[in-house]
Design a protein around this ligand. Structure first.
Ligand code: IMP
Ligand code: MG
Length: 180
């Protein structure tokens, strides 16, 4: 399937499954080598990263722990409106070496929020592995330790990423077709 329709929009394939798996294997090998003696705890950020986290974790050559977190939005009382809070952290991460697993870093604001909240738990170190990265959209300067694919500033779906909740199921990644 080179073209798919999700809700009212058309998407065309941009990163096929084989390329995704190949790249994840490279990332897993690199991470295994770098963190060999550090007994890392992987933290996958839901929902988008569930496929990436699952595939990367299976490809690690070291044993490790994994846990899952979600950023919940709620209407806060601050002037900025929506406040996002990290929920689900039920594991002691103090003094642990953390690897955050993200599906995509777009503006970087989500990751910035996550980093600031996780830092409060005083882990020994925090590394970031993201499958996708939009350098032209990113407004923060958080160092990304492992990047799967830098991509153009276009809307994508598939492999865990959604458009209004749909389109997560595909094993390939698709880019929105825009009609100029
Ligand atoms: P941020 O802009 O880096 O904070 O990214 C926020 C979140 O927006 C990501 O974790 C994704 O869930 C979502 N997102 C960003 N770009 C895309 C995209 O192209 N397709 C689907 N979701 C996206
Ligand atoms: Mg996400």
């Amino acid at each position: 399937m080179n073209r798919i329709k999700v809700l009212d929009k058309e998407f065309e394939i941009s990163i096929p499954s084989e390329k995704i798996q190949e790249r994840i294997l490279e990332m897993a090998n690199q991470i295994s080598a770098d963190l060999k003696s550090l007994d890392p705890v992987f933290i996958a950020i839901l929902n988008g990263s569930f496929m990436f986290a699952s595939d990367l974790f299976k490809k690690l050559s070291i044993d490790a722990q994994i846990t899952f977190l979600k950023l919940a939005s709620y209407q806060g009382t601050t002037t900025s409106g929506t406040v996002k809070q990290l929920i689900g952290l039920n594991q002691e991460i103090k003094n642990q070496n953390i690897v955050i697993l993200e599906d995509i870093v777009d503006t970087g604001i989500t990751l910035d929020t996550i980093m600031r909240q996780l830092s409060g738990y005083q882990p020994a170190s925090i590394r970031v592995a993201t499958l996708l990265y939009k350098p032209d959209a990113c407004k923060t300067d958080i160092p990304l330790d492992y990047i799967g694919f830098p991509i153009p500033n276009e809307f994508i779906i598939g492999y865990g990423l959604d458009y209004n909740g749909y389109g997560r199921k595909y094993k390939d990644i698709y880019t929105l077709v825009t009609n100029h």
